[in-house]
Design a protein around this ligand. Structure first.
Ligand SMILES: [Zn+2]
Length: 356
């Protein structure tokens, strides 16, 4: 009755449970002997009788067995991960409240399932995520003179962000971050023990801190990240370079008055904030970080957010390493990551290879 592929054995009992729950995380396909049609487990069509169901690891396998693709769930078309679909829909419409029912229609699942899936994967309900998104533009808070760090903290999941709910925002975070259009960014470069550093700052705060082999390379990275911004030199920013180096060398704490102009989705902001909680001299794996954030199943999303960090050192993404303690990728080069961790004394108990 049940087809079991050699490479991907399907446990029919577990598959039936997933089918019954229309679990969006299910990866198999099911065919119904009486109709000759096969579906995705999330298909909204009437649930078949258990005795008539066959499971297949792929749509191709179901077709090879003579079943036709369902016209409703179209199992042969490429499918975007439903969580990504929901998330990007919320982000595109973040300036208005999007009800669960609407998200359900977008993702082709019940409002209840949207709520459950989203909460499981993101660690927050869709509603809390929307609230945080609205708050995370940080504008309302910044106009009141709060530091960005405080605003991010207050925008964080789990804390009340009602104070910011009314803040009108004309742009989505994605558009807001796009190339720095219309932004004035002051910058300077300076030599450091870790190579050349470039700092860029808007009037709101530090928006770029990157490492490069030369002053020109460092500066070019800023230009590349914010191609639409107006850049102008400001040597007084070199004090931020000193502060960044001092954090790594352990000679000073991060300046308390430091403002960061971080831009990203609420999720990215949340990850970057978590990075700032990793003490100097310590490291975390991506899965440890995800666990500490209460979203153990989102390790890959956490890794992606780490990789898009724009403010190195102050947001210490170099303190996240691979499972074996090995150095995984670093936006500014694995060799620099090794140097930074060595300077922080993080080598204790951590395998830091000379080259990665
Ligand atoms: Zn179907």
């Amino acid at each position: 009755m049940v087809l079991v592929s050699i490479n991907h054995p399907i446990d029919p009992e577990a598959a039936w449970q997933q089918l019954f729950a229309r679990d969006p995380a299910a990866t198999f396909f099911y065919a119904v002997a009486t109709t000759g049609v096969f579906c995705r487990p999330t298909c909204a069509s009437r649930r078949p009788l258990r005795a008539n169901v066959r499971f297949f690891p792929t749509a191709q396998a179901a077709q090879a067995a003579g079943f036709r693709p369902c016209k409703r769930c179209r199992p042969t078309t490429a499918q975007i991960n439903p969580l990504d679909k929901i998330r990007s829909y919320i982000e595109d419409n973040f300036d208005r409240p999007v009800p669960l029912a609407e998200l359900g229609r977008i993702a082709g699942m019940s409002p209840f399932t949207v709520q459950r899936l989203f909460k499981r994967e993101m660690g927050a309900s869709p509603l809390a995520y929307q609230r945080a998104l609205r708050a995370s533009s940080l504008r309302g808070a910044l106009k009141q003179g709060d530091s960005v760090t405080k605003a991010i903290y207050e925008a964080g999941f789990g804390s009340s962000s009602r104070a910011y709910e009314g803040a009108p925002l004309g742009m989505t975070p994605a558009r807001f971050a796009q190339g720095g259009r219309g932004e004035q960014i002051a910058f300077t470069t300076a030599r450091s023990p870790f190579g050349w550093l470039v700092v860029g700052s808007t009037h709101r705060g530090l928006c770029w801190l990157a490492l490069g082999a030369t002053s020109a390379e460092a500066e070019a990275s800023l230009r590349e990240e914010f191609p639409l911004a107006t850049l102008y030199g400001d040597p007084s920013l070199s004090k931020l370079v000193d502060a960044a180096v001092a954090i790594v060398s352990g000679s000073a704490q991060p300046p308390t008055e430091l403002s960061l102009d971080l831009r990203g989705t609420a999720f990215q902001l949340r990850v970057w904030q978590a990075l700032r909680q990793i003490p100097r001299g310590q490291t975390r794996t991506y899965s440890q970080l995800a666990r500490e954030m209460g979203i153990p199943r989102s390790t890959r999303a956490v890794a992606r957010a780490c990789a898009t960090n724009r403010v190195s050192l102050f947001v210490p993404c170099h303190r996240v390493v691979g499972v074996t303690g090995s150095l995984t990728g670093y936006r500014w080069g694995v060799e620099r990551k090794r140097k930074l961790l060595e300077a922080e004394g993080a080598a204790n108990g951590t395998h830091i290879p000379r080259s990665a």
